[in-house]
Structure formats: C-alpha cells, structure tokens
Design a protein around this ligand. Structure first.
Ligand code: ANZ
Ligand code: ZN
Length: 850
C-alpha cells in the first residue's frame, strides 16, 4: 500500500483551509460560541517545541469544538514589544521594528506549516499603531477615571550607561552591560491602581474552578492579604519633632523577640540625623547602591548604622532597643521603619549576627522546645509562642490578635489589613513599547493627548549607539505644543510595560474595529475565553494583570465581563537530554577551571561504546533530561522535524507520550512511533482494506471510543485520547470486511481529525466524501451501546467466594443457578454433596448453602 505523503498533502490542505476561510470565526453565527486561546508568542524568531506543544493542544480542542457544533474563535498574534528587539538593535544594528517584523514573518510561516486551525484574519501584533493606539485610548480612559496616577518611585540606575535598568537587567547588583554597581534612584513614574481591586481579585479566585489549584494559590499569595499592626515606639531620648517612631509589622506576635529597630535611609529621622553627621551621610549614599528588586534586597549584604537613639518596648518601659539605619528597610513600604526579630526573620537574623544583637526564640514547635537554638536560618514555621510573657502558649494567630487588641486598647497602635500587592508601575524608559499618551506642560502640568490625536506613533529614526532611552534624545519627537494651551511642551518619553499589551489582546481578538479598541457587544459574545492554555511561568503576573485590566474596563463601563479566562490549563515543558564535554577555562585571575561545554544533539553520535562528539571524536557525557533551552543547547528545531515526518506526526507526538500538564521528553523513538501511527491509520482507511480476524464487538467498541475520546478531549487528557485510538486501530486492523468495519474506518477518520488534520482530510477525500472533514460533525454516540450488557456474578459456597462468572445482564435465576452449579470450582468444593439451598440475586451473586 502507498504511504501517506505528508509533504504533498500538508501544504495542499493548508491552502484549501486558507482559501475557504474555514477557521474564520463568524461573530454573527447563531451557534454556541467557544473561544480557545493559547498565550500568544513573543516573536523571538523561531518557533520552538514548547510553542508546538502549546498550540497543538489548543488546536485539538478548537477543531473538536467545531465538530461538536460550536462557532470557534481560535486566533493568533504577536506579543511584539520588549527588550530583546532593543538588544538586537544594540548588538546587530538592526532596527527593533525591522527585526521584530522579520521574525513575525518567519514564525508565521513556521506556524502555518503545522496546520493549526487559526483565524488568521484576526492576527495582530502589539507593536503596530493600530493596536497600541487603541491601547493608548484605553490608558487615557483609565486615566480619566482615576485608575492611572504618577508618583515618585525608585528605579535601578546604571551610573555608567546612564540608563534605567529593568530588574532582570541587574545581575548580582551590577548592570548587565556596563558591569557597574547599580544605584537606586527616584523617578516620577506611572502606576495603575491594581490595589483598588485587590479584594475583588482575591475573591474572584474562588469562582475559577476550571483553573489549576496551584495557580490560584500562587495568585492568592501574590495578592497576599494579611493582618498587620502599625504602632508607635516612644524614642527614649527624642530628637526635636521626632518623639515617636511608627513601625509596621505583619508579626506583632513576635514583639518579645525584638532586639532592634531600623529605619530606611530616606526616613525623616535618618535625614534629620544626617544633618549633623557626615558618617551617616556616607552611609545613606552607600544604601542607595542596593538595587530595588526584592531578590536584591534579600541577598545584598545587610548594612546598618547605629544612630545611638533607643526606642522603648511597648510592653515594658524598662526595655529599650537600639535604632539603626539599615539598607534592607525600604521607604516605600509600610512606614519605612521596622522592629527586628532575628530568630524569625532572615534579614533580621543576618543583621543581628553581623552587629552582635541578641537572638531570642519566641515561636517554637511546642512549649518544651523554647530553648531550641537558632542557627543560620530564621525559623518562620508556625507554632506556639514562648518566652513572650502573657502570650506564652498562644498560637501565632492568637498572639497577633492579642497584641493588636492590647495596642488598640492602649492607643499606641492600630490593626490594619495589609496587602502584599503593590500598584502596578507601568513606566519603562525604553523605546520599543507603547508610548504613554501624555504631554507635560509647564503651565498646565500633565495633559492627556486628545483622542483624535491618537495614536502617538513611535518615531522610526532612532539610534541605539549610546545607552539610554532613544525617545529622550530624539531631536524632535518629544517637542510638541501643549494640547491644552498651545505653549511649547514635552511628550512623555516613557513607554508602557509590555504586560499592558498582553492584558487585553484577547479582547481585541474578539472584536477589532478600526475606530475603537473593541465593540462591547461583540466582545461580550465571545468572552470570557473558554479555554486558555499556556506556560505556568505566566501564572502570576500576566494572568493577574489581565484579570485586573478586565475589571478596570468593567468599572469604566467598557466591558461587562468579570473574569477574562474561564478555563486555564498550564502545560508541561518539552525536555531533552543534555550533552556536554568538560573543557578547561582560564579565568581573568589566571585560575584554571573545568567547565561543561554544552553540545547540540546534532553534534553528537551514538556508538556501541558510548556517545561521542562527531567533530572531535571525544567522549560526551549524557546529562539530565531538562527543559529545552538555548543555553544548554538541547533544543530540537521543529522545522526539520516537520520536513522529515510531516506536521501530523509531530502533532501526534506532542499529544501522546505524557499527560499534558507533565513534561514531555523529546525522543527520536517517540516521533517515529507517531509517524508509524499515521501510516497505520492511512492503511486502515483505504477503501476496501480489511483484516482477517474476528471482531464481533466492533460496533460497540466504536461507540465507546467516540465517547471516550470526546471525554478525554473535553478534559484536555490528550494522551489518554491517543491511547484509546491505539486500541481502536488495533481492533480495526483485525476486523474483516463488512459494514461494521467500513463504519468504524470512517469514524476513525473523524476521531483523528482534530489531532492529525491533514491525514484526516486526505483520507476523507479518498473515501469520496463531500466537503472537509474539518467541517464534518463529530460522530454520534448511541448511549445504549455504552451500557455494558455483561455483568460479573459472584459465586459463593456457604458465604465464601469460590468463583466469578460473566453472564448476560438480564440472565434469570434459573440460568444463573445452572451456570453456578456447572462451575469447576464449585463442583470441587461441594465434592459430591447436594446443596441444601441456593440463593440467587440476579445481576449480583449466587450463594450455595451446602
Ligand atoms: C517584625 C517581624 C517579625 C517581621 C518576623 C517579619 C517576621 P511582608 O509580610 O512581606 O508584608 N517590614 C515592614 N516594613 C518594611 C520596610 N519598609 N522595609 C523592609 N521591611 C519591612 O513583610 C512585612 C514585614 O516586613 C514586617 O513584619 C516587617 O518585619 C518588615 F518574625 O516585623 B516584620
Ligand atoms: Zn499647557
């Protein structure tokens, strides 16, 4: 028999789908609507296996939903702004726009070769003015409603490159390009009021029952609602105007473990003291050199300056604590002042060890462990309070409540609800992003760009030869007349965080008019997204921002949708073995280190004696199976694999070997197995093909397979669906010619159509069917055929199980009694005795009383 020729068939069907607009979603369709979405890719230049797996899963669902009578929206676009394009501009001298658009063109071609059922008519790229201009309109609408504001906030400043760095550009406290120690600087920046929605974002998680529990927990922790206490220490020898020190804590229960108090370098008390203390001035300058990222503050060396002042313990007038200025206390958070409890907070412990302050345990697993020593790790585990006077024996939670109650009763503090969530800082001092549509005028202040002047388009003629924001140094772009008074004014040169772009793209997919961001009624027909699929790396920020943005649009009356994504699925990664050889490397200081040199799977060969580098013949170490990554060189490019095996085999492999939420190890054997399955299905669906075995239950199996695969796809259990197909294929291979076999072969084509659509179309056409299998209906199931008509009957002798029988479900008492008495095992046990009585419960059991 002739093989299925994917290289011939794939492009042919792809052209037919495109020409017919098969996958274009119709807003006006009367069918029930189904919105299937995979997280849109960043156009880095290459489609990788992770994309292939992600989009294949979404594609199976989208195609299946079409077959079950839904009008499906399954769009694709590009998350096209961001740093890598600017890095390419700096490194290779290409314009970020040219680089991005070329990458999009390449990746679109690569995606199309996989035959995804995408509505390309709705394709969008966030870097084009028709998208970001509408984003600017939304931003201004939020601004008009008070959900956008400007405030001073700290950024990472590279003193050599004279540029603001994103947190991920700060490596070990140094600028990624210059290597200079990063400083903390204050800049006026734009913020979105996500904290206004904190309660609602938290409460909404409770309704997201089609989200993974772990993602909901991650969001809950990120929002971080807890109870805290703000209270005032008396300063024992106060400065004029500073009689008390207000601190904030989320652990008031640990108050008897306090051994110091500390304030931020920017705290008014530190500033006041610095006026007469040059050493403190120097110390404050040193503090500013610690970056702003949370991780940075955690890991940077803890530095303190003893002010000589002391604060009085709120529960003991004779107990005073030293007051330090410390680099790990941030002015932006709480009150910019803390009390330190070394035994139970890592930063405080590091600090206390360095400055020889007492470490007192006040929480222990149980009361008798009050003396358990504290090593180098602070103990944040729950337990009971110890060495804490009136709190002794209480739980942490009870202790918190008790201290808050006493503070409030004596008026030295107030309980507060505290959120970990901060307002969302969206200003980026970069070129390749959405320009913030604001003008700064000396007379009028902050002036929004009038809607009719949108979009504010990025200038094309920019340079990347020097560090900093090209928009800032562009000769003309930022000089505009004030929209309010006409005087010369300056454009805002910050651009928006790219997470803003991805916070509403799914709405724009649903409705894409030219003159506004989206049409409310049309968007609401599609939303929420029924099934969203993507990587767990976006479990927090992207999903939280999109949930916030949807609520913000709701509040300003633009969209009546509560949650953007009804169902969420986070897929596992595609992994591969790693290969390396150790090489010697000389460091700057002349030291010789042995380091792994990672090798690509293309550069190695397997022989009986082991694995070797092809070029050198040297032995290669086969390392752990890890996520495919450029740095470990263990990637497999989907392009050549599709060339060799065709799109369907690749798609099938992506679905088969692992549950979709788990990692999928790439293997040659796996892709070959998928290819063989493609060929087996092709042979089976050849008109007139037949096996020579017996297949009495084929019709029953057919119905059960249809139902089983439908259930599996609905539950996104694609590997289970493939396993069921395997059994069905095996049964069909034995089935003799006849109407049952013909019907089963046709069903097989329909069942595989969502997974291997090119093969299915080709086989469908070969059967002489009209129309596309993509437009065909999912095969019907006869529920009667799913009911098992066989039951298992327990056979007991004197109440003891001796045998089990398979009988027809409706077999009567006489038939069951006869079958039981004929059982070899029963005959042996009875050993010739005549039963005194036989009890038969039809459908269940036969008990023989001897
Ligand atoms: C005493 C204490 C004891 C604390 C203990 C923690 C553990 P989260 O939970 O992240 O909100 N803190 C308060 N303001 C701060 C600031 N401006 N800069 C740095 N740290 C600050 O953190 C709240 C805790 O962080 C607060 O509770 C405070 O330390 C510290 F076993 O107070 B805690
Ligand atoms: Zn003005």
């Amino acid at each position: 028999p002739v093989r299925f020729n994917a290289l011939d068939a794939d492009p042919r069907w792809q052209v037919i789908w495109a020409e017919r607009g098969t996958f274009e979603a119709d807003d006006a369709s009367p069918k029930p609507k189904s919105y299937v979405l995979e997280m849109f890719p960043y156009p880095s230049g290459r489609i990788h296996m992770g994309h292939v797996r992600n989009y294949t899963m979404g594609d199976v669902l989208a195609r299946y939903r079409r077959m079950t009578g839904h009008e499906v929206l399954h769009p694709m676009g590009w998350d096209a702004f961001g740093m890598p394009a600017e890095n390419a501009a700096m490194e290779k001298g290409v314009h970020p726009g040219a680089w991005t658009r070329a990458n999009i063109a390449d990746m679109r071609t690569q995606l199309k070769r996989l035959g995804f059922a995408l509505d390309w008519s709705r394709e969008l790229a966030t870097c084009e003015p028709d998208y970001y201009g509408q984003e600017q309109a939304l931003f201004l609408d939020l601004f008009a409603h008070g959900l956008v504001y400007r405030k001073e906030s700290a950024v990472n400043w590279d003193p050599v490159d004279h540029t603001v760095l994103a947190n991920e550009q700060v490596i070990d406290g140094r600028g990624w390009r210059s290597g200079a120690l990063v400083e903390r600087r204050k800049l006026s920046q734009w913020f979105l009021r996500i904290t206004d929605f904190a309660d609602d974002l938290l409460a909404g998680l409770g309704d997201l029952d089609q989200w993974p529990a772990k993602v909901r927990t991650m969001q809950e922790n990120w929002i971080g609602k807890s109870r805290g206490l703000k209270f005032r220490f008396d300063i024992s020898d106060p400065l004029p105007g500073h009689e008390t020190l207000e601190v904030f804590t989320t652990r008031p229960d640990t108050i008897f473990g306090a051994s110091f108090a500390a304030i931020a370098a920017d705290h008014p008390i530190a500033q006041a003291l610095a006026a007469n203390d040059p050493a403190l001035v120097d110390f404050i300058a040193a503090c500013k050199r610690t970056g702003t990222a949370a991780a940075e503050v955690e890991t940077a060396e803890k530095l303190g300056f003893d002010t000589g002042l002391r604060v009085v313990h709120p529960f003991d007038p004779d107990w005073t604590l030293p007051l330090f200025v410390a680099n790990f206390v941030l002015m932006e958070y709480g009150t910019g002042a803390v009390f330190g409890v070394p035994a139970h907070d890592q930063r405080d412990l590091d600090f206390a060890r360095k400055y020889q302050l007492p470490v007192t345990r006040v929480v222990a697993a149980s009361a008798d462990l009050a003396d358990a020593p504290v090593g180098d790790e602070a103990d944040s585990a729950p337990g009971v309070l110890v060495q804490s006077r009136f709190l002794d024996g209480m739980t942490v939670e009870a202790g918190k409540a008790e201290v808050i109650a006493r503070a409030e009763a004596s008026c030295w503090g107030e309980g507060t609800t505290v959120w970990r969530l901060r307002d969302w800082g969206v200003s980026r001092q970069r070129y390749w992003g959405t320009p913030i549509p604001i003008v700064h005028c000396d007379a009028c202040g902050v002036v929004p760009v009038p809607t009719e002047q949108l979009p504010v388009v990025l200038p094309e003629d920019v340079t990347f030869d020097v560090p900093g924001n090209p928009l800032d140094r562009h000769p003309t772009w930022k000089h505009v007349d004030c929209p309010a008074c006409g005087a010369p004014a300056r454009r805002e040169t910050d651009t928006l965080d790219t997470f803003v772009d991805s916070s509403w793209y799914f709405i724009r997919f649903a409705s894409q008019p030219d003159d506004k961001p989206f049409d409310k009624a049309v968007a609401e027909q599609w939303l929420p997204v029924g099934q969203y699929i993507g990587g767990v790396e976006h479990a927090i920020l992207h999903l939280l921002y999109a949930r916030f943005w949807t609520r913000a649009l709701n509040r300003i009356g633009r969209l009546d949708v509560a949650e953007p994504f009804a169902g969420l699925f986070t897929q596992g990664m595609v992994t591969h073995e790693t290969y390396s050889r150790t090489v010697e490397e000389r460091t700057e200081t002349g030291e010789v280190l042995t380091v792994p040199k990672w090798l690509s799977p293309d550069d190695i060969e397997r022989r009986d004696e082991g694995v070797f580098e092809t070029a050198t013949g040297l032995a290669v170490t086969v390392g752990r199976v890890e996520k495919m990554s450029k740095s470990k060189k263990n990637t497999i490019d989907p392009g050549p694999i599709v060339d060799q095996y065709g799109a369907d085999a690749v798609r099938w492999f992506m679905l088969s070997d692992s549950p979709p939420e788990r990692d999928l190890p790439w293997s040659e054997a796996g892709i070959e197995g998928a290819w063989r399955l493609v060929q087996r299905v092709w042979r089976l669906t050849e008109p007139g093909a037949a096996g020579d075995g017996a297949a009495p239950k084929l019709e029953r199996l057919r119905h059960r397979t249809i139902q089983g695969i439908a259930d599996d796809i609905d539950a996104l259990q694609f590997n289970k669906a493939v396993a069921k197909l395997f059994s069905f294929v095996a049964a069909l291979e034995k089935a003799p010619a006849g109407p049952d076999r013909a019907r089963a072969a046709e069903t097989l084509i329909l069942l595989v159509a969502p997974m291997v659509p090119h093969l299915a179309e080709e086989a469908w056409a070969r059967l002489g069917r009209d129309g596309l299998v993509a437009d065909a209906a999912w095969p019907a199931v006869d529920p009667a055929m799913l009911v098992d008509d066989q039951v298992t009957i327990a056979v007991q002798v004197n109440g003891k199980l001796r045998d089990t029988l398979t009988a027809a479900k409706d077999a009567d008492k006489g038939a069951l009694e006869a079958m039981a008495m004929a059982s070899e095992k029963v005959i042996r046990v009875l050993d010739g005795a005549t039963p005194r009585k036989i009890v038969v419960v039809p459908g269940r059991l036969v008990n023989i009383v001897a």
